[in-house]
Write a protein that binds this ligand. Structure first.
Ligand SMILES: Nc1ncnc2c1ncn2[C@@H]1O[C@H](COP(=O)(O)OP(=O)(O)OP(=O)(O)O)[C@@H](O)[C@H]1O
Length: 442
């Protein structure tokens, strides 16, 4: 993208729009010089940067910085006033809720329409149709007109179509903040698959945490200008300075202007629902916390069952108090004898970052042999040092195959849990390091 600017006409009153349409022609016919009935608003000014194939680029900036305008220009749904954009390959975008969908048509009809607009042949559509419907997971609504959909259903369908067309470039604008955490996790997992296949991803987010987790590089826009481009970490640090800089300073407004960004860089979308004072006595089991992104790498040797968290009293829980002890447990049924066996666990963030893991035995001291037909109940007792947010659990069994240790079975995102908020807590980020701050006035 080179020297891209976008100017929107801004009319003081609706009638000016009509005047602008009629008057210049009439004035020209009358031999008078044309007059302008609008002000110019430059949403983008002289923006230039490159995105390389297979890269994951974060686009950040405060509200009104020009992020959506930029992405729409990249997708070709807006034309720049000046400058050029050169995009190679198939671009699928999730810019606004259900953009590209016809509200009068059913979900199924929109899949076909949208899929063919994005370049799928009718055979490809036939092959992928069931998979698109399954991924969207809106049972009972696929034959309904999309105008009857909730915004979450709209998004599920739009996301499903976008990822199934196997785009060369995927553009996502805050889309993942719609929907519950299980769905968001599923979307992040799918985005990772696309990324592993070499898809270039442009990801607009207000959440500095998400951008540093999932992006290689980032660009920071402010008031239509490109402030900086570089590694996600450096750009986010500049973005945070901008968010928390004093009113009236060079390119910054007050913190209150900072959209939905939180001081710890993680979006509120990742927090437990409810904005009032959190209650520490709330229920410890939330029926709605069921992962949608579970992936099983199965094998003939063994299978994992009933992975869940328990309190020390043995109650099944999925809403955890900060600082308390819990047990993560699952049962492994062996169908064949196995040697050199170790059991593992891993906690991952919503975006798939591995936060904390453990194994049952140290390397070199595994269970030497496990007999066929054995069942093992694996328990990992741990203290919850995670800060409020939603997390996902993996379970896995490794064993020796010949000389080499290999996964016998692996369950990704087999369970999920939430850590409730503690109004007294001072810790930010993912983990609580039990920091004790002290001050000394000098
Ligand atoms: N059609 C339009 N007509 C006039 N002004 C517009 C139009 N679309 C956007 N703008 C203005 O251009 C600026 C940039 O808008 P844009 O939506 O690109 O920002 P953004 O960074 O995506 O903001 P947000 O984070 O709030 O979504 C804003 O000030 C907005 O009011």
């Amino acid at each position: 993208m080179r020297g891209v600017s976008k100017c929107y006409p801004v009319y003081a009153q609706p009638a000016d729009r009509l005047r602008q349409f009629m008057m210049p022609r009439l004035r020209r016919m009358a031999g008078a010089p044309p007059r302008r009935y609008y002000d110019e608003y430059w949403a983008l000014r002289d923006v230039s940067f490159d995105v390389y194939p297979g890269e994951q680029l974060g686009v950040v900036g405060r509200n009104g910085a020009g992020k959506s305008t930029l992405l729409q220009i990249i997708c070709g749904t807006l034309t720049p006033t000046t400058g050029t954009v050169d995009v190679s390959g198939r671009v699928a975008a999730l810019l606004e809720l259900g953009a590209g969908f016809n509200p009068e048509l059913t979900g199924a009809e929109n899949i076909r329409l949208n899929g063919s607009v994005l370049g799928l042949s009718s055979e490809q559509l036939d092959q992928r149709f069931d998979s698109i419907v399954a991924f969207a997971d809106i049972p009972g609504f696929i034959e309904q007109p999309v105008k009857s959909y909730s915004s979450g259903m709209f998004m599920r369908l739009a996301f499903s179509v976008a990822v199934h067309v196997e785009p060369d470039v995927l553009v996502v604008d805050e889309a993942l903040s719609v929907g519950d955490e299980a769905y968001q996790r599923k979307c992040h997992a799918r985005i990772k698959t696309l990324r592993d296949r070499g898809t270039t991803i442009l990801f607009v987010s207000h959440s500095a945490g998400h951008v540093t987790e999932v992006c290689d590089r980032a660009v920071l826009l402010d008031r239509g200008r490109l402030l900086c481009a570089g590694s996600a970490k450096d750009v986010i640090s500049r973005y945070q300075k901008l968010l928390y800089s004093k009113a009236g300073s060079d390119d910054a407004d007050p913190v209150s202007d900072a959209g939905d960004e939180r001081a710890d860089g993680r979006s509120d979308a990742a927090l437990p629902a409810g904005t009032g004072r959190p209650r520490l006595d709330e229920a410890f089991w939330d029926e709605g916390l069921a992962p949608e992104s579970t992936v099983v790498y199965s094998s003939r040797e063994c299978s994992i069952h009933d992975a869940h968290l328990q309190s020390l009293a043995g109650d099944r829980v999925n809403v955890l108090r900060p600082g308390e002890e819990y047990v993560y447990t699952y049962r492994v049924d062996f169908d064949q004898p196995a040697a050199g066996v170790r059991f593992g666990m891993m906690v991952r963030s919503l975006t798939g970052v591995e936060l904390a893991g453990a194994v049952s035995h140290p390397e070199g001291k595994p269970l030497e042999v496990v007999a066929s037909d054995a069942s093992v109940q694996v328990r990992f007792r741990f203290r919850n040092l995670l800060n409020p947010g939603t997390y996902f659990l993996n379970a896995g069994v490794v064993g020796l195959q010949g000389e080499e240790e290999k996964f016998l079975v692996r369950y990704m995102d087999v369970a999920m849990f939430r850590v409730m908020r503690d109004p007294e807590a001072i810790s930010t980020g993912f983990a609580n390091l039990d920091v004790e701050p002290s001050l000394e006035f000098l």
